[in-house]
Design a protein. Structure first.
Length: 221
């Protein structure tokens, strides 16, 4: 008996979109090719019985509305996103880096609180098979690296390296409270030295492999 195709929704920011770090000083961002992005690699590794949907957006936050970059609140977009792609077996959510921007002025614990709002919405939705909630894999976002060579960016994400490294303990605690699967990307990848935020192809490969292993551990029947 053949199994139905299982759907994975990857909901994230520029590291899910596939931002190429080498384009950080260019007039507009360039995207890694599909076969380089962790989402594309995940789809290839899982094979034909799986459908991997990319929902990455540059600048996306958990719940915050950026006055300088409209349309970036994950919570504003999430309900329509889930409705559009249902039935969804699994949501892989990796968000929080953009919440560290100075314009929002929130500590790491509040970043996880923002992620909690989205996570609880997913886990109480009817976007899964048979109108049940989807499963959730909560991924703590990568660390932020040295931004001192990009002073304008450093000013927008104050002490990003230190503050981002506080996120894992809060995200791990959140996953424990929710009873959902958890992955700490900070144990797996590091940001490019070029821009201190985005992933190089080698780290996309590492992240894809870790997420694939986690997905295969989960009971998505």
């Amino acid at each position: 008996m053949s199994h139905p195709v299982r759907t994975i929704l990857c909901f994230g920011d520029s590291n899910t979109w596939g931002f190429d770090p080498s384009s950080i000083t260019e007039p507009y961002p360039r995207r890694h090719p599909l076969e380089v992005r962790w989402t594309g690699l995940l789809a290839s590794a899982l094979g034909s019985g799986w459908r991997v949907i990319e929902e990455g957006q540059n600048g996306r936050t958990t719940v915050h509305r950026d006055p300088f970059n409209p349309g970036r609140s994950g919570m504003d977009y999430l309900p329509a996103c889930l409705e559009s792609h249902k039935p969804i077996d699994l949501v892989v959510m990796m968000l929080g880096s953009n919440d560290l921007k100075a314009v929002f002025n929130v500590p790491a614990t509040e970043v996880s609180s923002g992620a909690a709002v989205l996570a609880r919405f997913i886990l109480s939705s009817n976007a899964g098979p048979d109108n049940r909630p989807p499963k959730l894999l909560l991924v703590c976002p990568p660390p932020i690296g040295d931004l001192s060579h990009l002073p304008d960016l450093a000013a927008r994400i104050t002490n990003g390296d230190t503050r981002s490294r506080e996120l894992p303990r809060h995200f791990k605690g959140l996953a424990s409270i929710l009873g959902c699967a958890y992955l700490n990307s900070q144990e797996i990848v590091n940001p490019s030295i070029t821009d201190g935020i985005h992933l190089e192809p080698s780290d996309h490969r590492k992240l894809a492999a870790a997420i694939e292993a986690k997905v295969r551990e989960m009971d998505l029947a």
